[in-house]
Design a protein around this ligand. Structure first.
Ligand code: SF4
Length: 330
């Protein structure tokens, strides 16, 4: 059993909404609303959900790129929420992030050599005279050529830029990498190459991934475990196989039914969700999914379901649905 690397407990991120004559706080956007989970060393845990479910905010809040409203984030036994900025900077070298849009996250006025050396300079982990060689080594590690090190980001294709983003994340030998929609902007064939690269790097560098994506096809390829979020809360958690074969939450079932089936004649029955995702400012009472759930009953409108173990599948499978036993009895 591998060691626990990350433990997130009761994490909340609320954004105040200012209004009124004096500009006081009149409400909050509850982007992340009381989520708890753990990630073990060497694991890939994915967070999935529609746009606006809070998954990216969760990733950014874990790294304290956004300050949490409440909750704790233990990384390697240290509560990140209590660290000073100086202590946080030191710890951050062990936790890196890869963003969706590599072009936006790479400084267009810096060469790749400068981009990769910058992090090494800030953390001062490689002597100055060795930094360029380290930058070249990193480029080669992610499948780019050493002669590309003096090029600017605009001289690379989208897939190559994402490789540079990965090289930058790797530069400080992190333990954890948060991949925030890291392959969403890429063409399908390039996406597969980057996913394979991430998998290989995980083996070689003993990396742990928190993989944030709206795309269940991608999540199926890379994950060990999957967390499904809806409107700021976790609605289901399971290992990948259990989640894809035995989902026990109507929202997860709807997401799974929308994945295209490659074999003709084996189409699945698509569960089409009606209505839009409600606002995170005034989320529905009770089960947040009740306004779109085909199985909603009166209890769903009053009581918020808690994550409960699903006894008939696998250990570690939890669903936040009052009625999963009845809905999935066959
Ligand atoms: Fe649907 Fe009710 Fe279950 Fe929520 S608790 S997912 S509304 S059946």
């Amino acid at each position: 059993m591998s060691k626990e690397l990350l433990r997130v407990t009761n994490l909340k991120k609320y954004y105040p909404i200012k209004g009124g004559f004096l500009g006081q706080t009149v409400n909050h956007v509850k982007a992340v609303d009381d989520i708890s989970f753990a990630v073990n060393e060497g694991e890939t845990v994915s967070i999935v959900g529609e746009s606006g479910c809070g998954k990216s905010t969760a990733g950014r809040t874990i790294l304290r790129l956004e300050e949490p409203t409440a909750g704790t984030v233990y990384f390697d036994g240290v509560d990140l929420t209590t660290l000073s900025n100086k202590q946080l900077r030191k710890t951050r070298k062990n936790m890196q992030i890869i963003f969706q849009d590599p072009f936006a996250s790479l400084n267009p006025r810096q060469t790749v050599a400068q981009i990769l050396q910058e992090a090494l300079h800030i953390q001062n982990i490689v002597p100055r005279e060795e930094r360029k060689a380290r930058a070249i080594e990193l480029l080669e590690t992610v499948g780019l050529a050493s002669h590309q090190v003096d090029r600017y980001p605009h001289e690379f294709s989208g897939g190559q830029r994402q490789r540079v983003g990965i090289a930058r994340a790797l530069s400080l030998n992190p333990k954890l990498i948060i991949c925030d929609e890291a392959v969403s902007a890429l063409d399908v064939s390039i996406r597969a190459q980057i996913l394979n690269l991430l998998k290989n790097l995980q083996k070689d560098y003993k990396l742990t991934y928190l993989f944030i994506s709206h795309d269940l096809g991608v999540v199926r390829h890379i994950s060990d475990r999957v967390i499904v979020m809806y409107l700021g809360r976790i609605v289901e958690v399971a290992d990948k196989k259990t989640l894809f074969d035995h989902a026990k939450h109507p929202y997860t079932s709807a997401l799974l039914s929308a994945i295209p089936v490659p074999k003709p004649g084996r189409e699945k029955k698509r569960i089409v969700l009606t209505g839009d995702v409600p606002s995170a400012i005034d989320p529905p009472e009770g089960c947040r999914f009740h306004t779109r759930c085909p199985f909603a009953a009166e209890k769903c409108m009053e009581d918020m379901p808690k994550l409960r173990p699903v006894p008939q599948t696998a250990p570690g499978h939890y669903s936040a649905c009052h009625f999963f036993e009845e809905i999935y009895k066959d």
